[in-house]
Design a protein around this ligand. Structure first.
Ligand code: SF4
Ligand code: SF4
Length: 488
């Protein structure tokens, strides 16, 4: 049955728009559409553009398929020198806090190469704890992976998520020489950051990090901020962090159980997201790029007709190996035994992976996501955030969901403000499941008129299939931005 909750209507200036959560198409809205949705069917054109994917698409059977690996996240150490207030890992409190051994690392890489499908490249991300506390293994890992490239006909590219407290000139040169992309975690100004990300002894880490960030100048570095206070001014946060020399900013709101919020807080969060959208839109109109990834990636997905089945590639094509060799889908599942999927010595438990992915497809996950207009752009809430909020990976964290919907709604608004020239610069789709050349056909950037007064704005979405789980952006807006880095 048609669900009205799967349509999102909004206004930009004098124009009205409607986004269909069934087809992923963004149309100019008018009374013809309104009348059709009040009494659907009987108009083949509107059926095609507004409701044609009803009941199809968002199902997939993962059983009996050999996984395809695109990314491996390696906990090179569990140790950390910070004590972040929202940390899910608290590695120093975990009895097994340890470094990954060289043997475990080599076994992990060999295991994936010998037992999984893969394409031309595999990303390898160094994670922890603070991964640079085990710099010797990172050096070995890069050299070892490079040695295997010819034998397995694959190229590795590397990234690291670091708190930037232990960067030295030697580490900087190594990262540069090996083209390792860097994701640095900084939560805002000194007061905010020091409160949220202190050293183990309670002292602030901000000054140390900002000094080290200067060493990273010229390297491909993104910054990631965890928003603990929902009232955070996102425009100031962006301007301060980009001024420090980072290429782009990604934010994530801390889980609700760490950060209880009131109705007033949600209103302030929405107001801040609205201000951010206005800032991004104004700058784009004037030809300036705002590299706020949460917004830019949604614009990319809207443009290309994303039909996400899951929130991320966790367990689909990206796997995590813990220090002791245990395999998890997401890096945040580290040490959550119920979410362990085997280890690199005995192998992946395929049935656990299959059960997890099948039961978390958005159409199967929970009533909120099943009936949500934003589902194909969101893919459902982060499993780990949901787990932290309720102990159930299939539910949602209401605060996260609220923020997600606000950001997607404002991304749609920005999209409708873009000129055709701006839209022509949005990247083409890059879809894993289908040969890329087949999909990069020449879709026009201009809106397509389908009926009197009704136009489709995101024409490329017409070619979107249920496989269109757009996770890789090749957007022209953020030339050089490292879009495929892991979002910790
Ligand atoms: S998490 Fe929220 S925004 Fe995302 S699909 Fe589910 S209900 Fe929609
Ligand atoms: S933290 Fe959440 S969104 Fe990120 S990879 Fe893990 S499950 Fe996916």
């Amino acid at each position: 049955m048609l669900k009205q909750s799967r349509f999102f209507r909004f206004q930009n200036g004098t124009e009205r728009y409607i986004y269909s959560g069934y087809t992923g198409l963004l149309l100019k809205d008018n009374d013809t559409i309104k009348n059709f949705l009040d009494n659907p069917y009987g108009d083949e054109t509107l059926e095609k553009y507004l409701i044609s994917d009803m009941g199809s698409g968002h199902t997939k059977n993962y059983s009996n398929t050999t996984p395809y690996v695109e990314g491996i996240i390696l906990f090179v150490t569990n140790y950390c020198n910070l004590n972040c207030i929202y940390c899910y890992n608290k590695s120093n409190e975990i009895n097994k806090a340890d470094h990954m051994s060289t043997d475990t690392f080599e076994q992990a890489i060999q295991y994936f190469l010998q037992n999984f499908h893969y394409g031309k490249t595999i990303s390898m991300q160094f994670f922890g704890g603070e991964p640079l506390l085990n710099f010797p293994l990172i050096k070995h890992a890069v050299a070892y992976a490079r040695e295997l490239q010819d034998q397995y006909n694959v190229k590795f590219w590397f990234s690291i998520t670091t708190n930037a407290t232990v960067i030295t000139k030697e580490i900087r040169d190594f990262l540069w020489e090996n083209k390792i992309e860097i994701m640095v975690s900084i939560d805002g100004d000194r007061a905010t950051h020091d409160k949220q990300r202190p050293f183990l002894d309670g002292s602030g880490s901000y000054d140390t990090i900002m000094k080290n960030v200067q060493l990273l100048s010229g390297l491909p570095a993104l910054v990631r901020a965890t928003i603990y206070d929902p009232r955070t001014n996102l425009v100031s946060l962006y301007e301060d962090l980009i001024e420090s020399g980072f290429e782009s900013l990604l934010i994530d709101y801390a889980s609700i159980n760490k950060c209880p919020v009131s109705k007033d807080d949600l209103d302030l969060m929405a107001a801040n997201i609205k201000d951010l959208a206005g800032y991004v839109s104004r700058n784009m109109q004037e030809g300036r790029v705002i590299r706020f990834k949460n917004i830019m990636e949604n614009i990319f997905k809207i443009h290309n007709g994303s039909k996400k089945r899951h929130p991320c590639d966790t367990g689909v094509s990206r796997f995590t190996v813990a220090c002791d060799g245990k395999i998890y889908g997401c890096h945040r599942f580290n040490n959550l035994e119920t979410l362990n999927w085997g280890n690199v010595f005995k192998g992946l438990d395929f049935s656990k992976r299959t059960d997890f992915l099948s039961s978390h497809i958005i159409s199967q996950r929970n009533p909120y996501c099943q009936h949500c207009w934003a589902g194909m752009l969101c893919g459902g809430d982060c499993y780990h955030t949901s787990y932290m909020a309720s102990g159930n990976t299939r539910s949602i964290d209401q605060t996260h969901c609220f923020a997600m919907k606000e950001i997607i709604a404002k991304s749609l608004l920005i999209y409708t403000s873009l000129s055709e020239e701006m839209r022509s610069r949005i990247g083409k789709r890059t879809i894993r499941a289908t040969p890329i050349k087949e999909r990069q056909t020449n879709f026009p950037y201009v809106a397509q008129s389908i009926k009197d007064g009704i136009e489709v704005l995101n024409i490329r979405a017409l070619a979107s299939t249920s496989d269109s789980d757009l996770s890789v952006c090749d957007c022209d807006f953020c030339e050089g931005c490292s879009s495929d880095i892991i979002y910790a």
